[in-house]
Ligand binder design. Structure first.
Ligand code: UD1
Ligand code: UDP
Length: 365
């Protein structure tokens, strides 16, 4: 049996790794060892519960307002002990969080091969997004198996000198997860003539002035379009909550709600008219549902969605966000140009390809 230790800590990693864990459970050749740092607690547990994932190891490191160094060191020390004890044949990490980087580093220090899911995404700007761009670059230096979601991401890795034999284009497992969740309407309290704008904002580099600009624009839209409902499932980060609660309290067509279970969120996304977000994962999900996304950032590591026409970078300037949102609400032609379902992120079988590769490469270990 190949012992595959899957290390993760936050909501998006859990969503994108769940289909791989399921696949590893199904196969005779592999045994998954599920190890969470719990860098996120509630938002992680929501996914674990919905996806029915049992953890073998839980470091439970979250504390309010934790710094990056605290997350990194607590995760690293804790993971090392677990790796030493469990002796996995390979460690699998996903994406670009601090848990992702710590997991890869802990594996490296113990000379365990590293598989990186969602490899090769880049902005090539050190602090954008922060600290994710450097997390993923550093993980790429350490990884033995690079599962790139798209051809573009493979090209980034080749440019950086990664050996082509270590890179596999698989599609993004976000699409595998989406296939599990999008069902019939489950959103309540939405009137037929009411358009929904789905809003999510959480990035570290947006906390502060950028977030205030975004919320000013959102307020202006809410005030001007009373028939529109803006729904904001808010991240648990207290810094985000403080700004949102202070700035978004006056318009009664802005609804701030608790983080949704992934199935509810995907269904709400599917019912929305358009999306305003700085999230990474949502930029991958919205194109396959044909939902226009105004990306509240200046750059993206997901150019595929821009090329496909469903994503548009609008940055964090109040006036531009307001004008671009207004355009999509009033100009049917502009809206239809973006609202076409297109999915540059694969066919929903990425997890199978990843597990096939792991088995193929490690069966004679
Ligand atoms: C992290 C990732 C980011 C990812 C995001 C997904 C890093 C550095 N950042 O950012 O790449 O896009 O997750 O959401 O790895 N909190 C809770 N309960 C939770 C989750 C968070 O209370 O379930 C609060 C805690 O006070 C915590 C704060 O949110 O200190 C921030 O969490 P943290 O994991 O440091 O960063 P995120 O902004 O969530
Ligand atoms: N998501 C969710 N509930 C919510 C908001 C988002 O399940 O209330 C899902 C969303 O579908 C996507 C992922 O969480 O799969 C994105 O997570 P987040 O925006 O926190 O992180 P990022 O993708 O930016 O790293």
């Amino acid at each position: 049996m190949i012992k595959v230790m899957i290390i993760f800590g936050t909501r998006p990693e859990a969503i994108k790794l769940a289909p791989i864990i399921k696949e590893l459970e199904k196969r005779e050749e592999t045994v998954p060892l599920v190890c969470v740092t719990a860098q996120h607690r509630e938002m992680l547990d929501q996914v674990l519960e919905y996806m029915e994932i049992k953890t073998d190891y839980d470091l439970n490191i979250m504390k309010q307002g934790q710094t990056l160094s605290e997350i990194t060191t607590k995760a690293l020390v804790g993971l090392e002990e677990i790796i030493k004890q469990a002796k996995p044949d390979v460690v699998l990490v996903q994406g670009d969080t601090t848990t992702t980087f710590s997991g890869a580093l802990a594996a490296f220090y113990n000379m365990v091969p590293i598989a990186h899911v969602e490899a090769g995404l880049r902005t090539y700007e050190k602090y954008v997004p922060f600290p994710e761009e450097m997390n993923r670059q550093m993980v790429s230096r350490l990884a033995d198996f690079n599962f790139a979601p798209t051809e573009e991401t493979k090209q980034n890795l080749l440019k950086e000198g990664k050996d082509e034999n270590t890179i596999y284009v698989t599609g993004n497992t976000a699409i595998d997860a989406l296939k599990l969740t999008v069902k019939e309407q489950i959103v309540e309290n939405v009137k037929d003539n009411e358009k929904i704008i789905l809003l999510t904002v959480h990035r570290r580099e947006n906390i502060g002035k950028n977030m205030e600009n975004i919320f000013n624009a959102v307020n202006k839209i809410a005030k001007e379009y009373k028939n529109i409902k803006i729904i904001y499932p808010i991240h648990k980060n207290p810094k985000v909550r403080e700004i949102a609660n202070r700035m978004l309290k006056d318009q009664n067509n802005i609804e701030i709600i608790e983080p949704l279970e992934v199935i509810e969120f995907h269904n709400l996304l599917n019912k929305s008219y358009l999306v305003l977000t700085d999230s990474g994962g949502i930029q991958e999900e919205a194109p396959s549902l044909g939902k226009p996304v105004l990306v509240l950032r200046d750059t993206t590591e997901r150019p595929e969605g821009i090329k496909a026409g469903t994503l548009k970078l609008v940055g964090t300037n109040e006036k531009i966000i307001y004008e671009e949102t207004k355009k999509l609400l009033e100009n049917k032609y502009e809206y239809d140009k973006m609202a076409k379902a297109s999915n540059p992120y694969g066919d929903g079988f990425a997890s199978q390809r990843i597990v096939d590769t792991i088995i193929e490469k490690l069966k004679d270990k």
